[in-house]
Design a protein around this ligand. Structure first.
Ligand code: ZN
Length: 185
């Protein structure tokens, strides 16, 4: 098992609606194993396929009271309202209070191809709605109100600058390695 790089905001894969899974095969099962490893290492309680660059409709989760993989998830019913401070591994270090329905009825299939039907409440419902957003190319910043959006803009540009700095650093290291390679006979 290995970890995958978690894509962060600005990466177009996070803004592309993912395609239905047509077959649950061994490679999907292995990818889910890697996604669990990646999620636990982060650490996080949920990870959707687009966050590791895979444009397919499934996610893994473990909120401490249950874990699993939901393939081709759909919310068939939602009810109530709940404010919860929500973060995202793809928007690292930032979180906002976001209003969403409090309870949902989620259906989909699991890795054995069995139908899944979950009546989720509170944190579990929040997690499922968040992961399903990822499959539709939606990020938590899309749920902000005007005031949160103003604050977010500054925080996100700082994040982008910090990441650009990291990338420059990585490129410089790459160059060192490459020129080292060129010196070989
Ligand atoms: Zn997320």
């Amino acid at each position: 098992m290995s970890t995958h790089e978690i894509r962060v905001i600005g990466d177009p894969v996070l803004r592309t609606p993912a395609a239905e899974v047509t077959e649950v095969d061994g490679s999907l099962v292995r990818l889910c194993d890697d996604m669990f490893t990646t999620m636990y290492a982060a650490p996080g309680i949920g990870l959707a396929a687009p966050q590791v660059g895979v444009q397919k409709r499934f996610f893994v989760y473990d909120h401490g009271e249950g874990s699993g993989v939901i393939v081709n998830p759909q919310i068939v019913e939602s009810d109530g309202e709940w404010v919860y401070e929500e973060g995202c591994l793809s928007v690292p270090g930032l979180s906002w209070e976001i209003v969403r329905p409090k309870t949902i009825h989620l259906v989909g299939i699991d890795l054995d191809g069995n139908n899944v039907s979950i009546e989720a409440d509170a944190l579990e419902a929040r997690l499922f709605q968040h992961e399903l957003d990822h499959l539709d190319g939606v990020l938590l910043v899309d749920h902000l109100d005007d005031e949160q959006r103003r604050d977010a803009r500054r925080a996100l540009s700082e994040l982008a600058m910090a990441r650009a700095g990291l990338l420059e650093g990585a490129r410089a290291q790459g160059k060192t390695r490459a020129s080292g390679g060129l010196q070989l006979p």
